[in-house]
Write a protein that binds this ligand. Structure first.
Ligand code: NAI
Ligand code: MG
Length: 502
């Protein structure tokens, strides 16, 4: 059964010397113009370990004044500094240095991520940290491959295009993959020659700050990357509305995405929004059921289900529905829940008390709406920490709240479907469109369903694969703009057309 593990006081603090050292000393500061400074207001806030509910560190609480300073520094670095005009080869080398620094500090970063976010250390080590290094490595390669074009103008004219950086980029990121989201944002912006003001989520400021130190050590000119810890409406809101910011990239809730869209209207900022999801994971009766169950389990329970692309609506063809429910529930209840610093822990706590209450609220709602808890459905009583048992609901209808809204927690809704048309209809019948999956041995049906699903990413006979080579982003209210691959280069450059009279 899940929830049998206990947390001992002696084992829940940082274990590595490097992570302990980073957490010691005074409050964490803001990175502005190459210097680490306190917030202008002098205010700080606490960042909490969700496994123990203990304060890990204090971080500077940036507000409008600090945003002004950071934007000024980023503007100066963009207009007068050498980064945008540096040889692309040199930019490649700098980004590679950052990737190497992440690799060299992988243990420390993984530990800080687990302490701050609550995700299992095995996930932080095997996914978050190496993927962050990979993003820097991938975009290091792009710096030298940002081409313009020559266009077929009249014989007396020569026309070509230049792809130029956008300018100062405001980047606001969430708490579910703190370092990885920072990397997805910073790496392509830098590859294109932009400067950056990054605001990490208030729940998880630590790894972005450590990354800031590594970036400074890699020799990036001052002011190119600025990092402001602080709250959403104050620091994030000021950044999104700032007239000195040319582009905003946001990952987070659809609700805040709408606020950012409004805030960006003042100076018509370029905007990319990667928002919520309620992704359908569709399993036909002819699929490899044991693979489908195993991977779908990871698809919803990884990072405690706090994943924008989580496969939270699992549709199973009627003939296989009961069998699949049994399999998934057995796998879920076998997950080891507990101290996320333990190597064999599979699930840690959710990120915060707010998220804990929100998820439990949805679970209560599901039961009241008539869905049946097959496993989980309650907190794991470990004494403290925001632990929730992996939960599988059966007998869910697509119009129930637990099937319509993003829960962002370890809660799977299992829904039956009859045939291909029904699966596609129900799968698409939601305001979100971030991702989807289809499991079948019928190759033609797999590709047909992939085409019919309104989602930015479709996985066939797999789930959750994300690779910097391939675009990621949403249809419908899951946002707009695509990150990763060459698409991030489009987001972080603008095109200039030059006419030459011959
Ligand atoms: P959120 O959308 O409020 O936070 C994401 C980031 O936006 C944080 O850095 C936050 O400080 C910032 N922010 C908040 N309000 C802002 C504002 N008015 N202007 C500018 N920036 C602002 O997400 P939250 O409240 O932490 O989680 C609530 C729900 O949002 C979750 O339960 C989940 O459903 C969804 N979510 C989705 C994510 C995704 O990856 N798509 C990530 C995080 C949350
Ligand atoms: Mg919020």
């Amino acid at each position: 059964m899940a929830g049998t593990a206990t947390i001992e006081t002696t084992t829940n603090g940082p274990r590595g010397k490097a992570a302990s050292q980073f957490l010691q000393g005074g409050p964490k500061k803001l990175l502005i113009g190459g210097r680490w400074v306190a917030a202008a207001s002098g205010k700080t806030f606490e960042t909490v370990n969700p496994a123990t509910e203990e304060v890990l560190a204090l971080a500077a609480e940036a507000d409008k004044l600090d945003v002004d300073e950071a934007v000024k520094a980023a503007r100066k670095a963009f207009e007068d500094g050498k980064w945008p005009r540096m040889s692309p080869h040199q930019r490649t080398r700098t980004l590679l240095k950052i990737a190497e620094a992440i690799d060299a500090h992988a243990e420390e970063l993984a530990e800080l991520e687990t302490l701050d976010n609550g995700k299992a250390i095995s996930e932080a080590k095997n996914i978050d940290i190496p993927a962050a290094a990979e993003a820097f490595r991938y975009y290091a390669g792009w710096a030298t491959k940002i081409y313009g074009e020559t266009n077929p103008s009249s014989p007396s004219m020569f026309n070509y295009t230049l792809r130029e950086p956008v300018g100062v980029c405001g980047q606001i990121i969430p708490w579910n993959f703190p370092l990885l989201m920072a990397a997805w944002k910073i790496a392509p912006a830098l590859a294109c020659g932009n400067t950056v003001v990054l605001k990490p989520a208030e729940q998880t400021p630590l790894t972005a700050l450590r990354l800031g130190e590594l970036i400074c050590e890699a020799g990036l000119p001052e002011g190119v990357v600025n990092i402001l810890t602080g709250f959403g409406p104050s620091a994030g809101g000021a950044l999104a509305a700032h007239p000195g910011v040319d582009k905003v990239a946001f990952t987070g809730s659809t609700e805040v995405g709408r606020e950012i869209l409004k805030a960006s209207a003042g100076n018509l900022k370029r905007l990319s929004l990667e928002l919520g999801g309620k992704s359908p994971n569709i399993i036909f009766a002819d699929a490899d059921m044991s693979a489908a169950a195993r991977i779908s389990m990871l698809g919803i329970f990884m990072t405690q289900g706090q994943v924008c692309a989580a496969g939270s609506r699992i549709f199973v063809q009627r003939a296989a529905y009961d069998e699949f429910g049994e399999k998934l529930a057995a796998l879920a209840s076998g997950l080891k829940l507990g101290n996320p610093l333990e190597a064999d822990t599979k699930m840690g706590p959710v990120v915060s008390r707010e998220q804990y209450e929100r998820v439990l609220g949805y679970i209560g709602h599901g039961a009241r709406e008539g869905a049946k808890v097959k496993t989980g459905g309650e907190p794991a009583s470990l004494g403290r920490g925001y632990f929730i048992k992996p939960t599988v609901f059966v007998g869910v209808r697509n119009d129930m709240k637990i099937a319509r809204e993003e829960i962002f927690g370890p809660v799977a809704a299992l829904l039956p479907f009859e045939n291909e048309d029904d699966a596609v209809f129900q799968g698409n019948d939601n305001d979100y469109g971030l991702a989807a999956a289809v499991w079948t041995r019928d190759i033609s049906r797999a590709h047909t369903v992939a085409r019919r699903l309104k989602a930015g990413t479709v996985w066939i006979n797999c789930y959750g694969l994300i690779d910097p080579i391939s675009p990621f982003g949403g249809y419908k209210q899951s946002g707009f703009g695509r990150e990763l691959g060459r698409h991030s280069i489009d987001l972080y450059t603008q095109v200039k057309s030059v006419f030459v009279k011959l």
